[in-house]
Design a binder for this molecule. Structure first.
Ligand code: PLP
Length: 420
């Protein structure tokens, strides 16, 4: 197996030996603007451990061929590697069956597939789709696209001033017109952890299927789709130490079996004539064309990496960083935290009263500190807080308290530059 010894041997579930984890990430030895890189943009994408980089490059160096098509040995090896990655994902999510795992480009494509192939045929004028106030654009716009076509509309679960969902009002939002609930497991802008298990239980009582956007969750907490009680779960490999261009839609087999293909092409059919085609069963039905085979292999290695650390250990380490960073940056005058829900994952967003987020980001970069600035693809969240943009620090397994200190020092520099 491709898990680095340093992680395999790390004590579990005791505290993470972060210095040993860091050794496995070549990019962390980079210097930025003459300073050692402090990478705090993990919500956008995480860095990749050597084991993932090696798995992808070994696949290309030793096994590369197209999958499911040829009888030659390399094709068999590539197919085995691709399908082994699918089985690995199924175990990781607690899926009942590997056929429930569809490889996609990422979370965005996974949600679009559900919107187009599952929801659209069920939508009629006047129907409603429930989303929450903390969603990323990719869990809003795909639903709007199909709602517009069908004459349906979105209804929104509200959130409070801390960025927690207001669940008192949740059940009242269901009606006989509700066709789906779409909710982020963890908000990318605020770090709020949504109570998805409880929400899915309510939705089930109303016979409403649930899609969970797990993009910001899978790297930071254990995910078990059975325990969550959802119908679909979407995530991207690149936010969990895996490659870009690959992600997953998990869906209950009975749903997937009833869905029409999303795209047509090779590999997704059983039989084709000019009169009509018969589609392959899932998951092949939704994987038209040559898939991202190397990406799937890399995703499998990323899961090995994460599981060797242990999701609880990773989450506890990041939570410690979040608590420490929250305390330290709260001391900076004029800085306001955005998103202070009681249950939060490793995301820290904030604004300076009098400094634009882009200026903050530029000064932080000059100190070698990488953060995200802007609306974070969550404009409705910005509107809720009455701000155009935030600065966001988001933590991963390789971040340290020392790096939080570098962030805090750079933020004091912002204060100096802007004359306070
Ligand atoms: N959902 C959430 C909560 C996200 O944070 C992101 C990306 O930032 C996405 C969806 C979209 O993910 P991707 O761009 O990998 O498809």
């Amino acid at each position: 197996m491709s898990v680095p010894a340093s992680i395999r041997e790390a004590p579990r579930p005791a505290a993470l030996d972060v210095e040993r984890v860091r050794v496995d990430f070549p990019i962390l030895r980079e210097r930025v603007r003459g300073r050692p890189l402090v990478y705090l943009d993990n919500g956008a994408t995480t860095q990749k451990p050597r084991s993932v980089i090696d798995a992808v490059s070994r696949y290309y160096a030793q096994d590369n061929a197209n999958v499911h098509r040829a009888v030659h040995s390399l094709a068999q090896r590539a197919t085995e590697a691709y399908e082994a990655a699918r089985a690995r994902v199924a175990r990781f999510l607690g899926a009942a069956d590997a056929r429930e795992v569809v490889f996609m480009r990422g979370t965005t494509e996974a949600i679009n597939l559900v919107a187009r192939s599952f929801l659209r045929p069920r939508l009629n004028p006047g129907d409603e789709i429930l989303v929450t106030a903390l969603e990323h654009h990719s869990n809003i716009v795909p639903w709007q696209l199909v709602a517009e076509e069908a004459g349906a509309r979105l209804r929104v679960v509200p959130m409070d001033a801390q960025g927690a969902l207001v669940l008192d009002e949740f059940e009242a939002l269901f009606s006989e017109r509700t066709r789906l609930l779409a909710v982020a497991h963890v908000s990318n802008a605020l770090g709020t952890v949504a109570p998805v298990t409880e929400m899915a239980a309510v939705a089930r009582r109303h016979g409403v299927p649930v899609l969970v956007d797990g993009a910001q969750a899978v790297a930071h907490r254990a995910v078990d789709v059975q325990a969550l009680g959802c119908d679909f779960y979407a995530f991207s490999a690149h936010k969990m130490y895996g490659p870009t261009g690959i992600g997953v839609l998990w869906g209950r087999l009975e749903h997937l079996e009833g869905m029409r293909p999303y795209q047509g092409g090779g590999e997704m059919i059983r039989r084709v004539t000019f009169e009509g085609s018969e589609y392959a069963p899932p998951p092949a039905r939704f994987e038209a064309g040559t898939p991202n085979i190397a990406g799937a292999v890399g995703l499998g290695a990323a899961i090995d990496f994460l599981e060797a650390i242990g999701p609880e250990t990773a989450g506890a380490h990041e939570h410690d960083l979040l608590a420490y960073a929250t305390e330290r940056i709260s001391e900076i005058p004029g800085l306001r935290l955005i998103g202070t829900a009681p249950e939060k994952a490793a995301i820290l967003s904030f604004v300076f009263e009098d400094v634009h987020a882009h200026d903050v980001g530029t000064i932080l970069d000059s100190e070698g500190v990488a953060v995200r600035v802007g609306h974070l693809c969550a404009m409705p969240v910005m509107r809720h807080f009455g701000i155009p943009a935030v600065t966001r620090a988001s933590f991963g397994v390789y971040n340290t308290r020392g790096e939080v200190d570098r962030l805090v020092a750079a933020l004091w520099k912002v204060r100096e530059v802007f004359g306070r």
